[in-house]
Design a protein around this ligand. Structure first.
Ligand code: FES
Length: 62
């Protein structure tokens, strides 16, 4: 699904960046993409996706 409608960024892309690049916070995602640079409505959901991805990574590792 699209998380950032202004820039066409999906949850898959955010998860992939988080896993492949080791990004854990919104600033890291903003450095790699334009996410949040227009209306900003996507920031909250992106934070939730990052937290969930981190949680799943920790679960997978243990
Ligand atoms: S939805 Fe991401 S900046 Fe508007």
């Amino acid at each position: 699904m699209y998380v950032c409608l202004c820039h066409g960024i999906s949850d898959k892309k955010i998860r992939k960046l988080a896993i492949d690049e080791g990004i854990t916070d919104i600033r890291g995602i903003k450095k790699c993409t334009a996410l949040g640079s227009q209306c900003g409505k996507c920031v909250k959901l992106t934070k939730e996706i990052l937290a969930e991805t981190q949680y799943l990574q920790v679960q997978k590792a243990s």
